[in-house]
Design a protein around this ligand. Structure first.
Ligand code: GLN
Length: 477
C-alpha cells in the first residue's frame, strides 16, 4: 500500500493528474490509518466498502479524460450530527441509537456533487453539547498529540481526524465554539462561517439561531474550497443568505494593511493562561511592526456573554430536543403497557445522557412562565447589546483578535465534575455565535507544556473573504 503524504487538495489533484496516485490508493491509505488509530476513538462508523467503491468509480471516470469536480476524490469525514442519506447518524446519543439518515444535508449533497468521498462519521459530544468530547455515548476521543488530554469539543472526532491524518478535511458544527476550540486544542485550522452562510438543512439542531456547519483543515485553501462548495442559498433553509458566494480560493492573497481590534479585558482575564495572553500580545505587537493597525477597544460585556449563551442555547435546545419522544424515531423504552407520559419519561430518561438532560432542564426552567423575563428576555437583551457593540467595532476595524480558548487542551476528566468551569472556558468562542459573525482559529502557537494553541480572528458578517485572506497571511508569516 502506498503511504500518501497529504498536504493540500491542490497538491493531491496534481498527483492524481500526473498519475502518481489514485483515489483508491488514497482511500486505502486513510482506511489503514484509521485502523491503526482505533484507540483514539475518532470515528463512529467507517464506510469502507462504499468509500472504496466510490474511489474506484472516480478513478475510472478520470481515466476517460472528463473534467474533474472541485473535490474529486477528496476524503472527508462528517461529524455525527450531519445527515448522509442511508448512513447512520446519532448525535452521539443513545436516544438516536441505530438511526439512519433518510436524506442528506444540503452541505453533504454539495460535497458529493463535487465528487468528494465520505469516509465515515465522527465522534462528538452528545447533541454537540460539551467542550471535551467526553459526553458521547461512544466514549471519549483522545488528543493524538497527547493521549492523556481531550481533543476539545464538541467536534472532537472531526478535529482528531484531521490532526491525526485520518482524512483530508472534515466537517463539524459550531454553536458556541465546537469547531474553533477543538481546532485550537489539536493544532489545526477551524472555521465557523457567518450564520446563514451554509445551509443547516440536515444538521441535527442544538440551538438553531446559533448553529453553523464548520470546517477543519490543514491549510486555508482547503477550508476556503469547502466553504465555496457548501455555501449559498438553499430552499430547505430560509435562514441561509441569498448573498452571492465569492470565489474564496481565488482571493486568498493580499498585502493589505489591516485594522485589528482587541480587548484588554480578554487578555487580562483572570481565567486565561498567562502564556496564551503573552503570545497573543506579542503577535499584536508584531502586526503593528508590519504596518497594520492594532488597537485596544473597551469591552465591558465579557462577563455576560457565557451566561447569555447558556440561557439562550439551553432554551432553544429544550425545544429542539422535545422531538425525541420515542414515538417518531430512535430509541424507545421496551417497557410494555405503560401510559403515554410514563412512556416519554422512561424513554427520555434512559435515552439522553447527563449533560443533555441538564441542559433540557435548564432550558425548560429559563422558559418557564415565572422566570422567562428574568432569564430568557434578559439574555436576549444581552445578545442585542453585544450585536450592536460588535457592529460598532466593525465600523472602524476589519477584525477582532481574541484567544480561542483561555487554556490549552484539558487533561481527560479534568473538568467533568464541574460543568460551570467547563462552560466558562467557552468565554472567547461564544461571542461569534451570539452575534452571527464568522470566526476562525489559526494554529500559530505552542505552549511550554507541548500543546498547540491558536489565535482566533473574527470578521464582520459575510466577510469570509477577508477572514481567509488574513488567516493565510498569518500562517505564512
Ligand atoms: N462548548 C459549547 C457548549 O457546550 C459549544 C458547543 C458547540 O459549539 N456545539 O455549548
Amino acid at each position: 500500500m502506498l503511504l500518501i503524504e497529504f498536504s493540500s487538495i491542490e497538491q493531491y489533484h496534481a498527483q492524481l493528474e500526473e498519475g502518481s496516485i489514485t483515489c483508491v490508493q488514497a482511500v486505502e491509505h486513510y482506511l489503514s490509518r484509521i485502523a491503526d488509530t482505533r484507540h483514539l476513538n475518532a470515528f463512529v462508523h467507517v464506510y469502507k466498502e462504499k468509500a472504496l467503491a466510490k474511489a474506484k468509480e472516480l478513478d475510472e471516470y478520470r481515466k476517460k479524460g472528463t473534467p474533474i469536480g472541485k473535490l474529486h476524490g477528496v476524503v472527508i469525514g462528517l461529524k455525527d450530527v450531519i445527515c448522509y442519506k442511508d448512513h447512520p447518524v446519532t448525535a452521539a446519543s443513545g436516544i438516536l441509537k441505530d438511526f439512519t439518515s433518510i436524506y442528506s444535508a444540503t452541505a453533504v449533497e454539495r460535497l458529493i456533487k463535487e465528487e468528494a468521498i465520505i469516509i465515515g462519521n465522527l465522534n462528538c459530544d452528545e447533541f454537540a453539547m460539551g467542550s471535551t468530547n467526553e459526553n458521547s455515548t461512544y466514549g471519549k476521543v483522545l488528543n493524538a498529540l497527547d493521549e492523556t488530554r481531550v481533543p476539545g469539543g464538541s467536534s472532537g472526532g472531526s478535529a482528531v481526524a484531521v490532526q491525526a491524518g485520518l482524512c483530508m478535511v472534515s466537517l463539524g458544527s459550531d454553536t458556541g465554539g465546537s469547531v474553533r476550540q477543538p481546532a485550537d486544542f489539536c493544532g489545526i485550522i477551524g472555521l465557523k462561517p457567518t450564520y446563514g452562510r451554509i445551509s443547516r438543512y440536515g444538521l441535527i439542531a442544538y440551538a438553531s439561531s446559533f448553529d453553523q456547519i464548520g470546517i477543519f483543515g490543514n491549510n486555508v485553501k482547503d477550508v476556503a474550497l469547502l466553504l465555496e462548495v457548501m455555501a449559498g442559498p438553499d430552499e430547505f433553509d430560509s435562514t441561509v443568505s441569498l448573498k452571492e458566494v465569492p470565489a474564496y480560493t481565488r482571493q486568498l492573497s493580499s498585502d493589505k494593511k489591516y485594522r485589528f481590534a482587541y480587548f484588554k479585558e480578554a487578555l487580562d482575564h483572570p481565567g486565561i493562561d498567562p502564556e496564551i495572553s503573552k503570545a497573543i500580545a506579542s503577535k499584536i505587537e508584531e502586526l503593528k511592526s508590519q504596518g497594520h493597525i492594532a488597537e485596544k477597544v473597551d469591552f465591558d460585556l465579557l462577563d455576560y456573554i457565557v451566561p447569555a449563551y447558556y440561557v439562550l442555547t439551553t432554551a432553544e435546545a429544550s425545544s429542539n430536543l422535545s422531538r425525541y419522544d420515542g414515538i417518531k424515531f430512535g430509541y424507545r423504552t421496551a417497557n410494555p403497557g405503560i401510559e403515554l407520559t410514563e412512556f416519554y419519561k422512561q424513554t427520555r430518561s434512559a435515552g439522553f445522557g447527563k449533560e443533555v438532560k441538564r441542559r433540557i432542564m435548564l432550558g425548560t426552567f429559563v422558559l418557564s412562565a415565572g422566570y422567562y423575563d428574568a432569564y430568557f428576555t434578559r439574555a436576549q437583551k444581552v445578545r442585542k447589546l453585544l450585536t450592536d457593540k460588535i457592529q460598532l467595532i466593525f465600523r472602524d476595524f476589519d477584525f477582532i483578535l481574541l484567544p480561542t480558548s483561555p487554556v490549552t487542551a484539558f487533561k481527560t476528566g479534568e473538568k467533568m465534575d464541574d460543568p460551570i468551569a467547563m462552560y466558562l472556558a467557552d468565554i472567547y468562542t461564544v461571542m461569534a455565535n451570539l452575534v452571527g459573525v464568522p470566526a476562525i482559529s489559526i494554529p500559530l502557537f505552542k505552549h511550554s507544556n507541548g500543546m498547540p494553541f491558536g489565535l482566533q480572528v473574527m470578521a464582520n458578517r459575510f466577510d469570509e473573504v477577508s477572514l481567509l485572506q488574513v488567516s493565510n497571511k498569518l500562517l505564512q508569516d
